[in-house]
Ligand binder design. Structure first.
Ligand code: MN
Length: 464
């Protein structure tokens, strides 16, 4: 797939200038990050906002957009012969910048001069909240703002403008997201084919990641491949798979342009789910459908979350693990015993899109604060949906022994939860499925051209 044209980046920057109105916009690109010594670095990942506006996937760059003077400058150092000996040929900085419509480049050291000159003439310097220690130090040097004060002094105007632009995906962005989703589906199909009793979680993860890397993609986040699915983000591979267990995979690719896919799957380790597992799996599919049936422009994502929770409580009542009114159980937060996370999150250049800019801005409408209550506090996305929004839908059902014990001891939601019966379910683990959706002019559609198994029949067919 072609990289975006220079016009895409020029138009993005022009739109940002129009929205922010005045001042100097400062962008710090990511540098290499040392893993255990300077030359042994983590996989390089450009900052997503830098990438969105400057399209440059190289370490050690910064940029400014001077709205008042209508100037755009990328700062970086040309490679030395030593760099080329070790890293190979690269285009010059000027050549890299031409591709995204930037004509003015300067050595990195001159960023300090330009920012200090702006401060001296009392021009507003807009910057984003930093999430890397190196950037905190850099901002301190450039602006004289201590790291602890940087998040609160970041430019709300710049944040809001970028969030609104990046929240609305264009058709060319959606093509890249769908390419990432397709690779992500291949990662999951690899797991469906590979999972067998006696294999280790690490062996499955290796097959999953092979499907990603062999298609020139990198994983969008650390793979979750586990038989302990009740732990929401279990990143270590410690277990050997046993017949009778449920295997849970949460994995996704980012395409070479860094757009993400994010999918989850749950499957039996052996040939078939047990009756109890099949019952919970099918209830989970009902909650999934309840959520997806809610998706439409203008409808708050929080409503989709609530509808999934109501369906979950209805099902749990039929099974005998909950009682009372399911609608009330959903609204009071009793459902969070089995579903303590949010229904989904925005997705784009970041798998949790723009989480570094603040979930409050990305996922919540102006004036609506995120809840502090257990369960609802993990809902990253709640706002009314708009065409162009891309997000995940990932309800799950989890039996978390520690949470059962804690709530029972505290007599929480005793009107809704049947604790005596729940004791026998402590070893169930957990399951979820996850797909990626786009809000269209009149509804929603699932992203990707390849289909990930969802029904039990599809799961069994994918096992081969
Ligand atoms: Mn997700």
């Amino acid at each position: 797939m072609k990289p975006f044209s220079k016009e895409t980046y020029i138009e993005r920057r022009n739109e940002l200038k129009r929205r922010v109105g005045s001042g100097l916009l400062l962008f710090l690109g990511n540098g290499e990050a040392a893993m255990n010594y300077a030359d042994n670095t983590y996989h390089f990942r450009q900052d997503s906002s830098f990438h969105y506006f400057f399209g440059s996937d190289w370490a050690g760059l910064a940029a400014v957009i001077d709205i008042d003077e209508n100037r755009e400058i990328i700062f970086g150092n040309e490679l030395t012969i030593d760099d080329i000996v070790w890293m190979g040929y690269q285009p010059t900085l000027h050549e890299k910048c031409e591709l995204v419509g930037i004509r003015e480049t300067r050595p990195l050291a001159e960023l300090d001069t330009v920012v200090k000159a702006a401060l001296a003439k009392h021009q507003t310097v807009h910057f984003l909240p930093p999430y890397r220690g190196e950037h905190q130090v850099w901002l301190w040097e450039l602006l004289g703002i201590l790291p602890a004060e940087q998040a609160s002094k970041a430019s709300v105007g710049m944040i809001k403008a970028i969030v609104d632009m990046r929240n609305h995906k264009t058709p060319e962005e959606i093509e890249h997201i769908e390419a990432a989703v397709d690779v992500s589906v291949d990662m999951h199909l690899a797991a469906y084919r590979t999972v067998r009793p006696g294999m280790t979680e690490a062996q499955i993860a290796a097959e999953v990641e092979r499907a990603c890397l062999s298609q020139d993609c990198y994983k969008a986040f650390p793979t979750i491949a586990t038989v302990k699915g009740q732990t929401l983000h279990q990143h270590r591979f410690m277990n050997t798979l046993e017949d009778g267990q449920i295997f849970l995979l949460d994995a996704g690719a980012e395409d070479p342009m860094h757009y993400a896919g994010d999918l989850s799957s749950s499957m039996p380790v052996g040939d078939r789910f047990t009756d109890q597992q099949a019952m919970i799996y099918n209830l989970h599919l009902k909650t999934f459908k309840a959520a997806v049936d809610t998706l439409a422009p203008g409808v708050p994502f929080r409503q989709a979350h609530i509808n999934a929770a109501i369906t979950l409580c209805e099902g749990m009542k039929e099974i005998g693990l909950m009682k009372g009114d399911p609608v009330e159980a959903a609204h009071t937060g009793a459902y969070a015993m089995f579903f303590p996370c949010g229904l989904g999150h925005m997705m784009g250049l970041d798998v949790h899109d723009m989480e570094n800019l603040g979930e409050q801005y990305v996922g919540y409408p102006e004036g609506v604060e995120k809840s502090k209550q257990f369960g609802f506090k993990s809902l990253r996305l709640a706002r009314p949906l708009e065409p162009g929004f891309v997000f995940t839908v990932e309800p799950g059902i989890y039996f978390i022994p520690e949470l059962i014990d804690k709530w029972r001891a505290e007599h929480q939601f005793t009107d809704f939860i049947c604790y005596d019966r729940l004791e026998a379910w402590k070893g169930f683990s957990g399951l979820r499925n996850e797909l990626d959706y786009l809000i269209t002019a009149d509804g929603a559609r699932v992203l990707g051209h390849k289909q990930k198994p969802m029904t039990i029949e599809e799961v069994y067919a994918a096992r081969g």
